[in-house]
Design a protein around this ligand. Sequence first.
Ligand code: ATP
Ligand code: MG
Length: 569
Amino acid sequence: MNTEINKENVLPETIEPRDFIRAIIDADIKSGRYESRVHTRFPPEPNGYLHIGHAKSICLNFGIAQEYNGLCNLRFDDTNPSKEDIEYVNSIKEDVKWLGFDWGDREFYASDYFDQLYEYAVQLIKKGKAYVCDLSPEEIREYRGTLTTPGRESPYRNRSVEENLNLFERMKKGEFPEGSKTLRARIDMSSGNINMRDPVIYRILYAEHHRTGNKWCIYPMYDFAHCFSDSIERITHSICTLEFEDHRPLYDWFLNELNVYHPQQIEFARLNLSHTVLSKRKLIQLVSEGFVKGWDDPRMPTISGLRRRGYTPEAIRNFCNRIGVAKRDSTVEIGLLEHCIREDLNKRAPRAMAVLNPLKVVIENYKEGLTEELEAINNPEDMSMGTRKVPFSRSIYIEKEDFMENPPKQFYRLAPGREVRLRYAYFIKCIDVIKDETGEIKELRCIYDPSTRGGDAPDGRKVKATLHWVSAEHSIEAEVRLYNSLFTKEDPDDVEEGKTFLDYINPESLIILNSCRVEPSLSIVKPGDIYQFERQGYFCADPDSIEGKPVFNRTVTLKDTWAKIKKKL
Ligand code: ATP
Ligand code: MG
C-alpha cells in the first residue's frame, strides 16, 4: 500500500503530485473547493467479475482517498436488472477486500436512489426539460443523426408539462409495453455532441431487480443515474475512464438544471493489457461458451483468476502504481504485470524442488536402502525463512530436459560421461543410458562422489550445471498446470476481417502435466500456498488439490523479459 499516506489532509508544497488527477485535487484542496474534502467512489456495474482494469480504478479511487485522508465509497451501479446478478455483487466485494481496500459502512447501490431519481426526473419535466417520447428505439437512433449530420426533433418533443407528468406516471405504473415509450431530456438535437441530443433518461423494462424486486418497471439510464448518485453521496471527484469525456457536458447539464450538489468528473485512460481482453462482454463469452473453466480460471485477467493463478494483492497494487494514470490510451505489456509478481514472490515464496517431466536416475555406488536428510535453504533472498531437510536416496528423478545423449556445444547439463551437481546434494556422473525397445530413454545410471556432500568438491573441481532433483521413493506425485497467454495475438481486439477475438485463443494456453514429482514437504499444501520451484518458476497450490496429490498452477516462469527490456532502454 502507499506508504506516504498524508494524515493531515494537507499536502506539503514540496511534494510533487504524481499525476494530473492528484494535481487537480491538490488545487481544489488549496482553494477550499468542496470544503477541502476528498471523497471518491468505485462504481462497478454488477454484471460480471472484476478484472485487472478495474484494479487500476480501485487503486486510484481508494488510493487517493487514503493519501488525502478522505473517503471512498463502493457503489453498485445497478440500473440494468436484465444483466445484473447478486453473484456479481458478492464477487466484487470479495475482490475489492482482497485487494486490500475497505469501504467501511459505505456500501451503496444506485437502486437505493430510485425514488429520489424518479423525483429528479419529475422536476425536470416540470421545468420543461424532459418529455415522454413514443418513438421506438430504432426511430430514436435514426432521429439522433450522426457526427456529421444534425439530429431531428421528435414529434413528441413539445408535449405539455401536464401530459408528460401524466404519461411518465403511467409509465411507472406499468400501463405501457416495453419499448413503447421513454423519458428523454430536452436539450439540443443539433448539438455537436451526440450525447446532448435529447438522451433517453428512463426506459420501460419489465425485469425483476436483484434488490428492488418488481417495484419498478422503469429504470434510469446510466448517465442520469450516475451523476445524481455522485451528487447524493456528496462525492468530490468522480473519476472515470476516457470514454465518458463526451458525457461530461451531460453530467454537468443534469446537475446544473436541478441545481444540486455538483461533483467534478475527471477522466483518465483505461488500462489495456497485451495478449488479453478486458471487455466484460468478451470475458462473459469466454466463460459462458466454455473457452475457460470459469471466471476464476487462472488464464483469465479477472481478479479472481489472478488470485487463483498465484498473484498477490501487493503485486497487483504495485503494478497499478507503476503504470500510473494518464490522459491518453495506451497498452501495457503483460510482461510488466509478470515482472511485478516475480519481484514480490522472489522475496516471499519458499523454494522447493519439483520435477515436472521426470527421468529416473539410479546412483549405482549409493548404498541401497540408505536415506540421507540433506539441508536445503528455504529462500536465499531471506535467510530468516530458514532451512528444511530434503531426503536423498539411491534412485532419484531429474528433469528429462536436463539430459542429452548427444549434447550440442552449448548444452552444459548432464550427458554421458559428464559430471554435474545435484542441488544441496552431490556431484554425479552419468555412466550409462538405458532405453526401451522403442529407443526412448528409460533410466540413467550414474555414480556419485561422496566427498562432494552439500554440493562442493574438496579438490576444487568445477561442474558447469546444477540440477534440481527429488528422491524417487520419497517424492510425491503432483499435477502441474502450465499457463501461457490466452491469446496468440498481442491485441486480440484488433481482428482481421471475418474473424472474432475467439479465433486467436492460444491452443496451448493450458498444458496439464499429470505425473510430476515434488519433494515430500509439499504433501500438505493449502490452496493459495506459493512456492518457487527451483529453476522452473513460481507455483501456487490450487483448490483442486487433494490429500496426497497436490495440484499446482504455474503463476509465472522465472524468465523476466521485462527486466531485460528495461536494461536495454
Ligand atoms: P465494460 O467492460 O462493459 O465497458 P466496465 O468495465 O466499464 O464495463 P464497470 O463496472 O462500469 O464496467 O466499471 C467500473 C469502474 O471501473 C468504472 O469506473 C470504469 O471506468 C472502471 N474501469 C473499467 N474498466 C477499466 C479499465 N480497463 N481500466 C481502468 N478502469 C476501468
Ligand atoms: Mg462501465
